[in-house]
Design a protein around this ligand. Structure first.
Ligand code: SF4
Ligand code: MG
Length: 316
């Protein structure tokens, strides 16, 4: 009898929990949810080994709608939760999902730290430029001088550019896509999940309830695909010696955000070691047996882990 192993192919429906999203009608979050379902199915991700971590906000409800391991955490703290999960078990596929307010205001320090460390985590950022869950205050990506429904005067803050911040912080995969373009999102999200290192997917996500300026029409008059305009566009660093030139091209492209808005992959570099690999240099067992699986005591309670094992040169 044949002993051929059959690998189950999953469909988007296999990743649905059955809970009905309670977002407003026409919210861009619906498109992002569908893109995640499609991307997970196309990658055939194992739900038991895929962890999605969110903070607080409209977008942060998304773990409730996805049948994988979901962790709905604290405002701005999705990234440190995710980093802890990834370091405890580097074999897991770890994804962060959150809004611009969550990741770039209260969570901005963590966002920068993830890039500097280059942990193998994909960040899916829903950018609607407002705090939708708390009734539409200006978010960190709303341009200065713009008035939206819930603020009494035009915004007095300058906007942060998430793609530029990710590039400056050390993210080794940086891309932008658009929430009403499911096909483009799926392609970009799949690449981000498969990338070995810290990845940002910046998703332009209209909030029809509160962002009365950056509407669907506003975006669709401005968005263009980088590789369609420039078929020679190649964001992949294959040799560390090419990194600086590709990085500078990505930065120049990312500066364009106004009358025209580029979408696509800006930069991809797998020649930078991940944080897990950097840690494994001093803790070689880390990548062989995930720390969470390592025994910490014998059956009779004798500790197997001691500080001397990890820091022999620091003990006096
Ligand atoms: Fe979507 Fe905006 Fe409604 Fe939140 S407030 S669910 S972002 S449309
Ligand atoms: Mg927001």
């Amino acid at each position: 009898m044949s002993s051929v192993k059959v690998t189950m192919r999953r469909t988007p429906a296999d990743y649905k929990t059955g809970s009905m999203p309670d977002w407003c009608p026409a919210c861009g979050d619906f498109g992002i949810l569908q893109a995640l379902l499609n991307a997970f199915a196309e990658l055939n991700l194992d739900p038991a080994n895929t962890v999605l971590v969110s903070g607080i906000g409209c977008s942060a409800k998304i773990p409730h709608y996805l049948k994988i391991v979901g962790v709905h955490t604290l405002h701005g703290r999705a990234i440190p939760f995710a980093m802890g999960i990834k370091l405890a078990n580097p074999t897991l596929e770890v994804i962060v999902d959150g809004g611009d307010g969550d990741l770039l205001a209260i969570g901005a320090g963590h966002f920068v730290a993830l890039g500097r460390r280059n942990l193998d985590i994909a960040v899916i950022m829903h950018d609607n430029a407002v705090y939708g869950l708390t009734k539409g205050q200006a978010g960190p990506t709303l341009p200065r001088g713009i008035k939206v429904k819930a603020i009494p005067r035009p915004n007095v803050h300058d906007a942060v550019n998430p793609v530029l911040l990710a590039l400056a912080s050390g993210y080794t995969f940086v891309a932008r896509t658009y929430s009403y373009d499911i096909k483009h999102q799926v392609e970009v999200i799949k690449q981000a999940i498969q990338h070995r290192g810290a990845a940002l997917v910046h998703i332009l996500q209209p909030c029809p309830t509160y962002n009365t300026f950056q509407t669907r029409e506003w975006y669709e008059q401005r968005i263009y695909r980088i590789e369609e305009e420039d078929p020679s566009w190649d964001p992949v660093v294959r040799d560390p010696g090419d990194a600086w030139e590709k990085y500078n091209r990505a930065v120049n492209k990312a500066l364009e955000f106004g009358d025209r808005i580029p979408i696509g992959v800006f930069y991809r570099n797998e020649t930078v070691p991940t944080f897990e690999e950097r840690m494994a240099e001093s803790i070689p067992s880390m990548l062989k047996v995930p720390p969470v699986m390592q025994p910490i005591a014998t059956k009779d309670g004798k500790p197997l882990i001691t500080i001397e094992r990890y820091l022999p040169d620091r003990i006096v």
